[in-house]
Design a protein around this ligand. Structure first.
Ligand SMILES: Nc1ncnc2c1ncn2[C@@H]1O[C@H](COP(=O)(O)OP(=O)(O)OP(=O)(O)O)[C@@H](O)[C@H]1O
Ligand SMILES: [Mg+2]
Length: 508
């Protein structure tokens, strides 16, 4: 039945309750056929929950979902895919040992009699990959592909099933700049072909770049649906957060930096990964690490933290040589790392917020060999307030929090610990604008207290806004060290992308 309203999806009074949380509260809006529709809101606003309902991942809810004017209630994601409703979510679930083509056609392979017709399978899959300008083949094994390429497979799978709508949940969080560009050109192409896109992201620049309309959710409620060109960035943020927030990283105060170097890294390398890293970090300083995704910044900080074994090099803490063999040892020496991959490295799945936030200072909460639950809970309450955790409940299981709030718990864990040197790897990835501002403020407070911070970030405004000095890496090499004095994004990109070359590079 052709739909007169031009809408492909209609949400009518959708409500969803999890124990203790109303994740969605009578949400109603429409998505028009062929548009790129952004779904926006703070961490925990209910975006992923709504997508899960649309895609049949979550099928216990109140309200009505209509697709093409027909009420649907998919029992699982496969049923939705067969109905042309596809998703490309962050945890792309592929079977790594199968070929790309097998993954694309899984469960619906072309058959010749009883058997899979592999010729046809690869022919059809390759046709789709070609249409998307992918430079890998249906015959390739899925395991060998990059994160970006794996996402392409998920899109291809949707196209194989004649997707009418494809939803993306923070698709660019793990992509390199190049891969983001590729993704955007594919999204534009899908749109030209009449396919509707539902797009969840915390990166507002992206939203302005590729979306036509947007819906904002706040605390599970529908706030507004509007044309993206009708709002400014500030108005958009205000709709999401309900107040004015500066989304930009800025240092409000100038703190004196002492000449005392708390960390010195000399000639550090890991064979085949990165070489000759040399820098020092001073007390009270924020040192930024810039570079493109894949420039090995994460490997450098993981090596300092003892999570990866170094091949050569010396690390000095307060001018004393140390040999850090494990993260436990790093923590004892006063180093903390907030990892990029917080979901698997950052918190314990079976712990509630109070235990996760208190993880690095459990000993502090012990009195006469007994755990003092009260001080543990108090500690959690304090930091939950600082970073605006949602819900603030210390007994909430961290694993049940929204993605961004899980990150806040990991950050709170290190903020509440006694580390002198804090390393943050992509600290605001997946974190909403309001929480970003709060994290920036807390970092500034920490250096005000004489702590020292290393920030690895792919968001240039963030490194530029926070750092006193910036080290630029490219392909496992340190190519430039800047003092952050009126630096611009171009200054950094020049080195990150390989146009600029400096003496430091000549040493390698
Ligand atoms: N399985 C679950 N059990 C309990 N509570 C849940 C569960 N999944 C989500 N919630 C809660 O529902 C609310 C909405 O979460 P949701 O994941 O939809 O937020 P989101 O908008 O996607 O946030 P983010 O930007 O952080 O990804 C949150 O308060 C979250 O804690
Ligand atoms: Mg989410």
């Amino acid at each position: 039945m052709e739909n007169q309203t031009g809408s492909i999806v209609k949400f009518l009074n959708i409500s969803k309750v999890f124990p203790g949380v109303k994740a969605l509260d009578e949400v109603s809006f429409e998505i028009k056929k062929g548009e790129v529709h952004a779904l926006l809101g703070e961490n925990g606003a209910g975006k992923s929950t709504l997508l899960n309902i649309l895609h049949g991942v979550n099928n216990e809810y109140e309200g009505i979902v209509e697709i093409h004017g027909k009420v649907v209630a998919y029992k699982n994601a496969n049923e939705a895919i067969l109905d042309g409703i596809s998703k490309v979510h962050q945890e792309v679930s592929l079977i790594p040992d199968l070929t790309v083509g097998q993954n694309i056609t899984l469960g619906c392979e072309p058959k010749k009699g009883l058997f899979i017709d592999y010729n046809k399978l690869h022919k059809e899959a390759n046709k789709i990959l070609k249409r998307m300008n992918c430079n890998f083949k249906s015959e390739d094994i899925a395991r060998t592909l990059s994160t970006g390429e794996m996402q392409m497979i998920a899109i291809a799978k949707g196209l194989y099933h004649n997707a009418q709508l494809i939803s993306f949940d923070e698709p660019t969080a793990a992509l390199s700049n190049q891969e983001v560009n590729t993704l955007f050109s594919i999204i534009n192409d899908l749109k030209r072909n009449g396919i509707t896109i539902l797009y969840v992201s915390h990166r507002l620049d992206e939203v302005f770049q590729i979306c036509d309309r947007a819906t904002v959710l706040r605390d599970g409620k529908h706030v507004d649906t509007f044309n993206i060109n009708d709002v400014t960035r500030e108005q958009l943020i205000k709709k999401m957060v309900g107040r004015d927030v500066s989304a930009y990283a800025v240092r409000k105060k100038k703190y004196p930096i002492s000449n005392e170097s708390v960390l010195k890294v000399e000639n550090l390398s890991v064979n085949g990964v990165f070489e000759s890293i040399n820098f020092h970090l001073r007390k009270g300083e924020i040192l930024g690490f810039a570079g493109l995704v894949g420039s090995k910044r994460t490997d450098v900080v993981r090596t300092i933290f003892g999570a990866t074994r170094k091949t050569t090099g010396t690390i000095k803490i307060n001018e004393k040589i140390v040999d850090i063999k494990s993260p436990e040892q790093a923590v004892k020496l006063g180093i903390g790392l907030i990892p990029e991959d917080r979901k698997t490295q950052g918190f314990i799945k079976y712990f509630d917020n109070a235990n996760n936030v208190g993880l690095t200072k459990m000993e502090k909460f012990m009195k006469f060999g007994l755990l003092n639950h009260k001080s543990k809970t108090k500690n959690c309450n304090y930091y939950a307030e600082e970073i605006n955790l949602r819900p603030k409940d210390p007994f909430y299981m961290t694993n049940n929090l929204s993605g961004g709030n899980q990150q806040k718990v990991v950050i709170a864990k290190w903020l509440s610990s006694d580390t002198d040197i804090l390393i943050l790897d992509e600290p605001t990835k997946g974190v909403d604008v309001g929480a970003k501002a709060e994290i920036y403020r807390v970092l500034e407070e920490l250096i005000g207290m004489g702590k020292s911070i290393i920030v690895v970030s792919s968001e240039l405004p963030e490194v530029l806004g926070l750092s006193d000095r910036i080290i630029v890496m490219r392909e496992g090499r340190q190519v430039k060290e800047f003092i952050n004095n009126n630096l611009t994004e171009e200054d950094i990109l020049q080195y990150a992308m390989g146009v600029g070359n400096d003496v430091e590079n000549a040493r390698i």
